[in-house]
Design a protein. Sequence first.
Lengths: 149, 508
Amino acid sequence: MLVKRPPLFLYVTLAVSVGYFISAVGLGAPVSESGLTPSFFPILVGGAAIVFSSILILQKIRTEPKEPGASGPRNFTHLWVVLAIFIYIIAFKPAGYFISSGIFVFVLVVLFSSFEKLLQKAVISVAIVVIAYVMFQQLFGVRLPTLWG
Amino acid sequence: MDFILLVISSSTLLLDPLNLTYVVMGFVIGTIFAAIPGLTATLAMALLLPVTYTLSVETALMASASIYMAGMCGGSITAVTINIPGAPSSMMTALDGYPMQQKGKGALALGHAALGSMFGGALGALLLIAVAPFVAEVSLLVKTTGKFSLLAFAIVVVVIAQRGRIPQAGLAACIGLMLATIGLDAMEPITRFTYGYSNLTAGIDLMPVIIGTFAIAEVLIQASSTNDIAAATAAAEKVRIRRRDFLPPLSEIRKIGFVCYLKSSLIGYFVGTLPGAGGSMGSFLAYTEAVRTSSEPETFGKGNPKGIAASESANNAVCGGAMVPMLTFGIPGDPITAIMLGVLVINGIQPGPQLMSDQAGLIAPMLATLLFSAVVLIPLTLYLIGPYFIRIVSVRKDVLYAVITILAVVGSYVSTYSTFQMFMALGMGVLAFHLRRNGFPVITMLLGYILGPNLEEFLRRSLALSNGDPTTFLTNPDSLFFVLLTLVFIYFLVIKKPGKKLAAVPPN
C-alpha cells in the first residue's frame, strides 16, 4: 500500500513551531502576580502552530496518494534564483552596485530565458542597471554602494 | 460633513504636477501589472513601498490608491481578450467577456468592464468618504478589551474565510504571529527570540516582509512554474482592438440597468469591509445575484454584458469597502490595504481610530485620488491606450522578472542601508514561496504579523486591568459585541458551511 508522504515543508514548520514553543517556555512562567508575562502569548501561538502543523501532517498522511508522475515536470530555476540573490546580497557592498547588479541582472535574464543571444542580454542587463541606478540614486536620492568612494 | 469638505479641498493636490505624475504612473503601472497573468497590483504596490521613503505621505498614499483601483480593473483586459484573468477578481468577467471576444465584440466587452469599474469604483469611494468618519467615531468607543476582541475577530475571520484550507490558514497566521513576537517585548524590557542577534532587537521590519512576501516570492513562483506562457503571448498577438469599438451603446447600458450597477457595487463594497474576502468574492456574489434576478439567466456565460457589469462594478467597489477597516481600526482587509498600512507605518503614522480625527488631512487626498482614478483614469486610460493594452502580455518575461527582482532586492536595502534587510527580504520571499506552493494563504500570515503586536498588547492590558479575570471579554459590551460577531461568522462559515458554488470561488 502506498502511503502519502507529507511535504518536507510541513515537517520543517512543525520543527520550527516546536523550537519556538521551547524557546517561549524558556522565557519564564507565562503568568505572574503582575499578570501575563512576555512568554504567555508566544507559548499560546507556538502551541497553536504545533497543533495546526500536526493536523496538516496527519491530513496528508491520510489522503490518497497520487499516481506517480502525475505532478508533471519539475523545474528548479527558483533554486538558482535564490542562490543568485544570496550571492548578489553578499557582493552588493564589497563589489559596489554597478558590478554586482550588472552580473546579477544578466544571470537572472539568462535564468528566465535561455543561454542564447548573450550579447543582446548583456546590453539589456546594463540598460536595466543604469535605469535602476538613475531611479534610485538620482530620482529618489538613495545612496547606493560604489566600488570606490 | 467636515471630512467631505476636506476631501473636496484636498482634490487640489491632484493639480500638483508631481502628485499627478505619481497618480497617473501608479494607475498605468497598476493596470499593466494586473493585466499580465502572474503579476498583480499587489506586487506593484510592494515595489512602490521603498519609494515611499522619498515621497511625502500624501503623494505615496495617492499613488497607492491609484494602483489599487487600477489593479481591480486591469485584470479584465486579459480576462476578456484571451480568457486568462490577470487578477482573481476578474475571474467572473471572463465568463461573459471572452464569449463576447469570440463574437468579435472584445472591445465592447472591455468598454462594459470599464463602465462597471468606473461606477463601482466611484460609488465605493463615495461611500468610503461618507461612512469612514462615522465608523472612526464609533471606533473611538471601543476600549482595550474590545480592541483585543476586534483584532481576534479579524484574524479568525481571515482564517475561516479560507474555504477548504482552514488548518493551512491557521498555521500561516501563527507563523505571522511568531514573526511579530521577535524583538523587544512591548511592555517589558525583554528581548524575545533574537538569539543574541542584535539586528533582531527592534523586530522584523515591515519592508522586507512585504517585499519578500509579494515580490521575491512571486519571482520564485514564476521561476518554478512550468506553465507555457508562450501560448498566452501568441493568443494576445492575434487580438486586434479598435478604439471606436470601446463605447457601449446606450441601449445596452439601459438593458443592464442602473439597479444592476448599484446592487453589484453595494455587494462589492460590503464584501470589501470584511477581512480577507476581497475582490474575487465580491465579483462572484454580485455575478450570482445578477444571474438570480435576471429574466434571461440562460444567456449568462455566453456573452451577456450584464455579467461583466456586475462583476466589474463589484470588484472595484471592494476598494472603497476594504479601506474602511484599514483606516478606522488599522485592520487591512486584503494584501493591498496591508501594504497601504505599511506606507502609513513607515512614515511614522499609527493607523487606528485616532487617524481619521487627528490626521484626516493625510487621508483625504488618498480618498480623492480613489474617486479620481475611478471617474477619470479608468475611462481615459482605456480610451487612450486601450488598443495597446493587450500587447502588454507580449512583454519579455526574462527582462520583466529581472527588473522586478533588482527593484525588490535593492528596494529592501533602502530603509536602513543595511544588507541585513536584503537577507530578511530573501528569507521572507523563500518562506512565502513555500507557503504559497503548499497551499497556504500568505494574507493570513501577513495579517498575523501586522496585527500580532497589538493583539498581544491589548490581551495583556485587558487582563491586567481586570486583575487577570478572562470574563472581562464577555462583560464589556464592546468586547462582547465582537465575540458574538466572531461566533456568528464561525457559525455561517464553518458550522453551517456555505454552498458549493461559494466554496468554488478561488481565494484572492
